[in-house]
Design a protein around this ligand. Structure first.
Ligand code: FES
Length: 230
């Protein structure tokens, strides 16, 4: 007997209320004018709608499609390709534990498991208080500080299960938490708006220099090239 193919059809998304759409249209216009072709603004526009609702909804997809002369299918294809666009509601703090190879063997798997048990949520889920969404994430090009954890895409270097739990406890208690480098944390929605291309006005957001582990390879290369010249 043939297996039936079930289609999960949903209703059309509700458009944004007029006052929200009006505000988003001003932001979208500012973003789109930065690009030679409107469709090139899709990635920041997806961050913009993610900033509105905490994830990319059907309403957000329709909004992007309407303003960039794309189909909903084209926008959906992009939104579901990149993991920074979330398709389910997100807590105030998106906690991503790198479980890619180097971080995993240096403790990333243990950190993820400790947080999963401590918070009582699994990959992609949010704590009941709406504070934290836990995910395991791929390499964030910070292997020199492995194992790393990211909160709203800010780095927390050289973590342990204990330090990671202390960070999530502080976040759930509403305390200000500073990443190892970069600016003080803001909420996931505020982060999404910055990623849409609006100014990052947090103190120290534009500061920072590469740390010693990052420069170690360069120093070795410098020493080798000096030795070659001798
Ligand atoms: S493997 Fe974790 S940052 Fe590269």
């Amino acid at each position: 007997m043939n297996t039936p193919i079930l289609l999960n059809l949903t209703t059309r998304p509700e458009p944004y209320p007029p006052h929200v759409r009006e505000r988003l249209e001003l932001d979208a216009k500012e973003i789109i004018t930065r690009y030679p072709h409107p469709r090139s603004a899709l990635l920041p526009l997806l961050h913009l709608v993610q900033a509105e609702e905490g994830y990319v909804t059907g309403t957000g997809i329709d909004f992007c499609a309407d303003h960039l002369d794309l189909t909903g299918a084209e926008v959906t294809a992009v939104a579901t390709f990149y993991s920074m666009y979330r398709r389910t509601p997100t807590g105030d703090y998106h906690v991503g534990v790198c479980t890619n190879t180097l971080c995993a063997v240096l403790g990333g798997d243990a950190i993820y498991e400790a947080l999963r048990q401590h918070l009582g949520v699994s990959h992609g889920e949010t704590t009941p208080d709406g504070a934290i969404t836990l995910e395991h994430i791929e390499c964030n090009a910070a292997c020199d500080y492995a194992p790393v954890m990211m909160v709203n895409w800010e780095f927390f270097d050289n973590q342990t299960p204990e330090s990671a739990i202390a960070i999530t406890d502080a976040l759930q208690a509403g305390h200000q938490v500073r990443p190892t480098r970069g600016a003080p944390l803001c909420t996931f929605r505020e982060t999404a708006r910055i990623l849409a291309g609006f100014p990052d006005e947090r103190p120290g957001a534009l500061d920072g220099a590469p740390g010693a582990p990052t420069l170690a390879g360069l120093e070795v290369a410098d020493q080798d090239s000096t030795g070659d010249q001798r």
